[in-house]
Structures are given as structure tokens and as C-alpha cells.
Design a protein around this ligand. Structure first.
Ligand code: F6P
Length: 524
């Protein structure tokens, strides 16, 4: 890469793109114009444009579940028309947005009162996977925009430790629960919601209190009613919204409660900006398409198994986790849309954490390990906090990491540095190899002016479209998730085995032994 930069002083300008408040410098990648030409041809050969149009038309692109995929409609603040089975979905979406606005305004202004007449100070969102990760990530990302709203907490794990810890700080009289589940059958969510209701009733004593302290977000009105939540307190969404794409739907209610509906609508508007860019920009100028193709370059032609996401923004601390579900649940597939086994790699392992913390934990391996780890750096140019000097240091570190990954340090440079530090020659020979950085380690620099709600929306939509493009090239269904089923089924069966005195004869000796050990431990 040093040579590529030396040979072309214009490289950083030519290999960068800007749209929707996002500047992408992809010049520190192991690509030339020729490589990019081939990758763009690959996208063309995979019929990317046709597939994108099919998605927009509301075709059942999630073919294994026979569902349309129209999360773009949820943030359609423009004038596009989105239809499912010929029906315009926009009136239904706008009606739910109106209800979210009215409700979040009531709670935030103190007009929505708890059962004992007190205003709501805390919201507990109960949900898991796509019904939690998006709102949790966005509430944290938009923390600087919280003004006077309730505190928002997230409970997802069936491990009761999480719920107990959150509730320990709260008063039932001033707490509102948002139970978020597309299906309203998810074991973890229902278990947490039932325990939350019991906690609420233990303090408020009357069943009528539930209506003041519980609302639901779901596609399943029947199950919501069966749980005991009045469906007038339910915010609806639709089966054409995939769980991990549902942040833009009423699943985003905790965001509206935390920072206000205007800010949530800004998030939607930012995503809509990115949708327009994705739909209209030519592939070679299209940020999600270019990111997707670079990922494919390393994944399928460079032997990379993973992709690191390193936000240099503490408020984006939950973005890597959010993107894990988005990417790995979407593209962790081994069968094509037509049911053929693939004979190439599909989705990479997504991982990461904010810089500069990441520099002091795993960056050693990215710099000098044996693996190729393409890295996305995400950086706001301006911070929201006033602390002098911090942001300069943060930005300098971010730029330095990308530069070090790209340039590395040659043996000659390492030797010269050690000599300049006064090290005797035998010491230099002993250490020099350890001090060499191979360089040529690719990264994208994704820069925003400031992490505003609008930019956040654009950023998340950018990754969604990237995942879509990669799924198209790999020929897989990015919108189903059959891989999560087996574990769920077996857990239900093991749970029933716990109640059998002798355990179940149906399981292997390892699982049977573990079940017996659990039974013995818990009956002691
Ligand atoms: O575990 C997989 C999954 O189905 C995700 O796709 C989904 O986001 C999550 O579970 C939660 O599902 P639900 O919203 O129906 O509770």
C-alpha cells in the first residue's frame, strides 16, 4: 500500500466517497482501479440492481419465509411508494408513528401517570435480539440528546441477574415497561416480562396497575392480550419487518422515550437519506456497495474470516454488538436462495469495541498477528462533550492506527529506530523482528462531522445495505434465520427434562450427565 500511495498522490481523493453526512476514505485498502473494476463486475453479474429493485417493489425476497422485506418503508420520510401484495403500507406506518409521538410526548412531559398518579422516571425495555439491540445501541449513541426524558434501561437476558439488577434501582410506581417482541413468544422476553409484572404487582397490588405500567410492541396482538396488556397499549409492526431490521419501527419506541420523537424522526430521516443514496448512486460511487465489495474482496479472495468494527466514539459502544446481529444473522448462511450448498465463504465474524480501549486489548493481533483483519474505523470529527484536549487525542489515535496498519514498519526502519535509541547491535538483532510491523493491513475510515440522530440513521442504514449487497453477491437469503431454531427447540425439551426424576432417555450421554448434575446440584 505504501507503493500505491507513492505512485498516486491523488489516491486518497480518488478512493473516497461522501454522502448523507458520511465521508468514506477507502484508500487504505489493498485495491487498485483494476481490482475495483472486477469487484463491480461481480456485483453486476450477481444482478445487484435487479435484486435491489425487487426488494423495493415489495417482492417476497425473503423467499424461505415467503415475506417481503420493507424496513425502508418505515423510514420513508420522502415520497416513495412501498407496497406489499399491492397494498400501500405507508398509511399504517404513519398511523403508528403518530401514536408513538403522542405516547412518547405524554410520558416525557409527565402527562402519562403511573397507577399511583406519579410521573414516569424510568423505562425498562424488555426484548432480545432485534427487539433490543437496535434501541439499546441508539439510546446510547444519542445520549447527548437526552433532555429531561426518563432514564431508559434494557433487559434482554433470561439470566434473572440482569432484571434483578435493573429493578433494584427502581420504584414500580414510577416505572414503565415496554415489552418488545415481534412474535411475543420469545422465551427470554416472556419470562422477563412475567417477572417484571409480578414485581410491579407486588408493589402496586392491583391488576389495573398493569395498564399504567406496561405497553407492548409486537406483530402479535393475540399474544399481547393473552399476556394481559391492553391492545390499546400496543404499538404494531408487521411481518415484513425483520427483527434485526426493526429499529425503524415501533421497536424504536425506547429511543423516542429517551430523546423525544423529533430526534427519532431525525434517525429515520438519516436512514431515508442513505436509502436514496443506495437506490440512486451508481455502484462505483455508492458507499454501501463499495463497502460490501471491499468486504467480499478480503472474505472471498484474501482469506479474511472476520471484520473488526472500531468506533472512536464511546457513545457508539454498542454498535459492534448491534452489527454482529445485523450481519451475522443475515449472512451466516451455507445454502443459497435456491437451496444449493455454497462452495465459498459467506458472512464474516463481526467484532469490535470502541477505540482507544481496543488499542490496549486486541490491536496487537491486528497489527502483528498472522491473520488478515479488515477494520472499519468510525470517527466523529466533533465531540458532544466540552472536555479540552480529549477529542484531539482520540482523533490522533484513530488516524494513527489506520496509518500504522497501512504503512507498517520495515526491518530497516525498525533497525534504524533501535540504533537511534542507542541499542547495541546484538540487542538490535535480537529484537528487530519483534519490532517489524508488516503493514498492508486494510481499513476503511468512516468519518462523520458529529454523531447526530440523522447521521446515526444514515450510518446504520449504510451497514444494512452493505449486508444486503453481500447477500446478493453470495446468492443467499439475508432475511431468514433458521440457524437460531434448533437451540430454541432443544432448550425447551431440556427444560422439560429437568422436571423428570430420572432425566430423559432421549439425549446423548454428555447432555444427560449435565442434566443429572444440574438436578443434583439444585435439589441439594
Ligand atoms: O433469536 C433470533 C430472533 O428471532 C431474532 O431474529 C429476533 O430479533 C429475536 O430472536 C427476537 O425475536 P422477537 O422479537 O420475536 O422476540
Amino acid at each position: 500500500m505504501r507503493d500505491l500511495f507513492d505512485d498516486d498522490p491523488d489516491r486518497s481523493r480518488r478512493f473516497s466517497l461522501e454522502a448523507c453526512g458520511i465521508f468514506l476514505d477507502y484508500s487504505k485498502n489493498l485495491v487498485t482501479d483494476e481490482t475495483l473494476g472486477h469487484l463491480l463486475a461481480l456485483a453486476g453479474a450477481a444482478d445487484l440492481t435487479t435484486r435491489r429493485d425487487s426488494l423495493l417493489r415489495g417482492d417476497k425476497v425473503n423467499n424461505t419465509e415467503d415475506r417481503a422485506v420493507l424496513h425502508m418503508a418505515l423510514r420513508n420520510v420522502g415520497s416513495r411508494s412501498y407496497r406489499v401484495d399491492g397494498d400501500d403500507v405507508m398509511p399504517g406506518i404513519r398511523a403508528v408513528l403518530d401514536r408513538m409521538r403522542a405516547f412518547s410526548d405524554e410520558v416525557r412531559s409527565g402527562r402519562w401517570l403511573g397507577y399511583t398518579g406519579q410521573r414516569i422516571t424510568d423505562v425498562v425495555s424488555i426484548g432480545i435480539g432485534g427487539s433490543s439491540l437496535g434501541p439499546k445501541m441508539a439510546c446510547e449513541a444519542l445520549h447527548p440528546y437526552r433532555q429531561g426524558g426518563p432514564r431508559v434501561h434494557f433487559v434482554s437476558n433470561v439470566d434473572g441477574a440482569q432484571l434483578v439488577q435493573v429493578l433494584a434501582e427502581l420504584d414500580a410506581a414510577t416505572t414503565l415497561f415496554v415489552v418488545a417482541s415481534k412474535t411475543f413468544t420469545t422465551q427470554e422476553t416472556i419470562a422477563n416480562a412475567e417477572s417484571a409484572r409480578a414485581w410491579c404487582l407486588a408493589s402496586l397490588h392491583r391488576d389495573e396497575a398493569v395498564a399504567h405500567h406496561f405497553v407492548a410492541v409486537s406483530t402479535n396482538a393475540e399474544a399481547v392480550a393473552a399476556f394481559g396488556i391492553d391492545t390499546r397499549n400496543m404499538f404494531e409492526f408487521w411481518d415484513w419487518v425483520g427483527g434485526r431490521y426493526s429499529l425503524w419501527s415501533a421497536i424504536g419506541l425506547p429511543i423516542a422515550l429517551a430523546v423525544g420523537m423529533e430526534q427519532f424522526e431525525e434517525v429515520l430521516a438519516g436512514a431515508c437519506d442513505m436509502d436514496e443514496h443506495f437506490i440512486t448512486a451508481p455502484s462505483e460511487r455508492n458507499i454501501p456497495v463499495v463497502l460490501a465489495l471491499l468486504g467480499i474482496w478480503y472474505n472471498n479472495f484474501g482469506g479474511a474470516d472476520t471484520q473488526a468494527i472500531i468506533p472512536y466514539d464511546q457513545n457508539l459502544q454498542f454498535l459492534p454488538t448491534y452489527l454482529q446481529q445485523l450481519d451475522m444473522e443475515s449472512n451466516g448462511k451455507r445454502v443459497t436462495r435456491d437451496g444449493e450448498m455454497v462452495d465459498y465463504q459467506t458472512g464474516p465474524v463481526i467484532w469490535g469495541q470502541p477505540g482507544t480501549d481496543a488499542q490496549h486489548s486486541f490491536f496487537q493481533l491486528i497489527h502483528q498477528g498472522t491473520r488478515l483483519i479488515p477494520t472499519d474505523f468510525i470517527l466523529p470529527m466533533r465531540s458532544h462533550h466540552p472536555l479540552e484536549g480529549h477529542h484531539d487525542k482520540l482523533v490522533a489515535n484513530c488516524f494513527a492506527q489506520a496509518q500504522a496498519l497501512m504503512r507498517g514498519r520495515t526491518e530497516e526502519e525498525a533497525r534504524a529506530e533501535l540504533a537511534a535509541g542507542g541499542m547495541p547491535s546484538e540487542g538490535i538483532e535480537r529484537l528487530v523482528r519483534h519490532r517489524v510491523f508488516p503493514g498492508n493491513r486494510p481499513s476503511n475510515m468512516i468519518v462523520v462531522d458529529q454523531l447526530t440522530p440523522r447521521v446515526l440513521g444514515a450510518l446504520v442504514a449504510m451497514y444494512e445495505h452493505k449486508v444486503f449487497v453481500q447477500g446478493v453477491v453470495w446468492g443467499i437469503d439475508s432475511f431468514d434465520q433458521w440457524g437460531v431454531e434448533l437451540g430454541k427447540q432443544l432448550a425447551a425439551s431440556i427444560l422439560s427434562d429437568f422436571r423428570q426424576a430420572k432425566g430423559s432417555p432421549r439425549v446423548d450421554s454428555s447432555t444427560a450427565g449435565l442434566i443429572r448434575r444440574y438436578q443434583t446440584t439444585t435439589t441439594d
